[in-house]
Structures are given as C-alpha cells and as structure tokens.
Design a protein around this ligand. Sequence first.
Ligand SMILES: [Zn+2]
Length: 441
Amino acid sequence: MKLLFCYNPMCVYINLAEWKKGGPLSMISKEKGILKTGIISLLAIVCAGVLYGAGAKSAGAETMTYESTANVNIRTGPSTSYATAGTVAKGAQLNVVGSAANGWYQVKQDGLTGYVSPNYVQVTGLLYTTTSDLNVRTGPSTTYTAFGTVTKGAELSVTGKTNGWYKITHNGRIGYVSGKYVQVTEVLYSAAANLNLRSGPSTASGILATIPKGTELSLAADSLNGWYKVFFNGKVGYISAPYVKKSYIHIVMNPESISVLVNKQNKLPDGYTPPDLVNAPIPFIFSEQSDKRKMRKEAAAAIGQLFGAAKQQGISLLGVSAYRSYDRQVELFTYYVNRDGFEKARTYSALPGTSEHQTGLAIDVTGGNGQCAAQDCFADTKEAVWLKNHAAEYGFIIRYPEGKESITGYKYEPWHVRYVGQTLAKNIARSGLTFEEYMGV
Ligand SMILES: [Zn+2]
C-alpha cells in the first residue's frame, strides 16, 4: 500500500509495508519530481510524524558499490572499438563517475579516466550501520588520531574501504572507522508491478520492454530524479523508482563463529568457504565422494559421536547432505529463478549465502533404511524422536522446529540439525526457543 501526504512545499511518499520495516521514505518536491530517498530523511521523519501521528526509523540511502567481476580493460571510449588505456583487476572496487547511454561505466581509477563494460561490473546497494559508538580517525588504523565519534546505530555514508576500515565524511572531513563495528546490509531490488523499461528517464521516453512483476532487478546505477537505470534481457533502460521494491539482508559479521546465525535475513559474505572442512566420519545414503560429506572439523567430530551413541542405543542413522558450497547454491537458485522468477524462487529456495548448509555446521540426516530422506514422513520415525531427545548432548539443535515457521522462515524440518556446541545447544533445547529467539534477533 502506498500513501502520498503533502505538506507544502513537499510531499511524503510512503510505501507502508516498507516503512513499517524501517525502510526509506521518498520525498517528492512539486517542481522537481521525486528526489533520491534519504537525502532529506530527517525532514521526512518529521513530516511523517506530524502527518501520520507516529515516528519512523528511516533508513538512509544506500551506497552503490561497483565491483569488477573479471580482469577488465579500461577503454578510452564506451565500446570495445576504443583503445585500451589500462586494466583493473578482478574484485576491484570501481570508482564510477558516470555512465554512457549504452550502459558502459565511466570510471576514474588510479588517476586514469576511461570506460568499463557493464558486462564485468557487479552493482550492489549497501547500507552501513555502526554496532557500537565508534571513533573516527584521520587514517585507516588505530595509530591515527581520533577526531570525532559516531554513535551506535548511526548510518554511514561510505565512500571507500581500506584494510578493513571504511572511509566516511564526518563533520565535513574525511575520516575512517573500523569495519569490525559496522553491520553491512545488502539491498535487493525487485519489480513491485509489471514495469515499463524506457529508453530515457521519463514517461515520454519509448518503451523497450516490460519487466514482469517479481523480477529481480539488475541495477546499472543508483536512482536519479526518480528513475533507476537497469539491465534487462540484454537491454539497458530506465524504470520509475516508486515501483521498485527493496528488501534488506544483513551480511553476517562472524561467518566463522560456531554460533553464527544464518537465515533469510542474515547471509554469509559472497563466496564464503568455511576454513576447516573435513569428511564427516559417518555413513551417507550415497556412496560417492562429494562435498555433501563435509563439515567443519569440530562439527564433523560431534556428528560422529552422535551417530556412534545412536547406534549403541539401537538407532541407525544415515547422513543425507551436509556442506553445500556457495557456487552450488548459486547454480540451484539460478535454476529456480529461471523456472519460476526471483520472488517465487525466494519463497522455497535459499538465496545464495543464506543456506545454513554453507556454514559447514548443518547436516540433514535420516533413518538407516534411507527412506523419508528430507521428507515430512521422517518426523514419525523412532530415529527422529531419538534425534530430538539427544541432539543437544552432542552440540546439535533441531534448527527448524515445528510451528516456528514465522520465526525461522522454514517449515518443520526434523532432519536438519545444526551444530552450535554443547553448552549453547543444551541451553537452547532447555529454553524451548528457536535459535533466532535465543540469540535475540
Ligand atoms: Zn538442511
């Protein structure tokens, strides 16, 4: 639901669903069309508060980051027919200063100005929030002088990253804050309706294509004057910003921690691989070598002990699937997106980085006859009952308990156990809470 409140000379555009989640408000000036969200968010809060009788937590505007996905040429003009002036390495952050009509980025990189093909650039919208009061220093380490502080919960406008420190502007000065205390949140963009892709940033421009509702949008650039520049089916064009739905997902700050919380709102950093994967010393329902046999060293030892204890008590278990790599999840998710579209695929398949199996701390198991592997019928077996009663003794929790879908994001999965260590597992089991509730998120 969208609301438009006007309070001379400004109007506040509110996407109610997003606003409730703390999402940004859009401001519209009567002369200039829609301004970039967040620029005048303080005023927006005041306006919305006055007009709606409630305060609102307004997210600031996200920072667009441009990263090269390959070693890529910088050319003197916006196509491959221009000469090469230099190269940027794969994974470099590009300093984008503009973009050509065909989508090529104008960059200023190490003193060199030129153009880079959009085929090798990943555009990501990120929000940066401090997790404690932080010193702002004159350089990117604690040896530099602190000249100010930002308070916990502040949103930073980040312009670069060096050695794990973020470059920001503070009271008109360039400063640096430690990345250890900054929560990064990725913004996902999708079409809130069937959307016209236009050749220019106005409704007077021609229609190049229609983007179906629910499509994930591949942004070419941040919104300007109420229009986003996007890529769609090999074309580059413009779409009207109010029809772009944003969703937010935190990038976990402690991916290697045994107690890391990964779910649909908290994802592992792109490409994360656990540091100490080994084959779990247990039988699986398949016989070949596979990544699916792997777990973090500590978790692998623990599942071995759990299986051993079960066997002694007459319970026979088999492994179904443990570790799943980021690349494998990308493959799977892309397959589902191509089949059903982005928004639908998200409802049943984990976005890359949000599967607990990528942590190397989770495993799906089943009974010794191999039937009901990862199926609801496992719930009624004696193996499932034993697992529920004894998993915590070996440091595991039933991660997706019955009736807690609204919290965990998953329906009951009696076969999916997650290693968190014995102390935490026992405390969680005793509390009757989900992992999310116990961790207070
Ligand atoms: Zn699972």
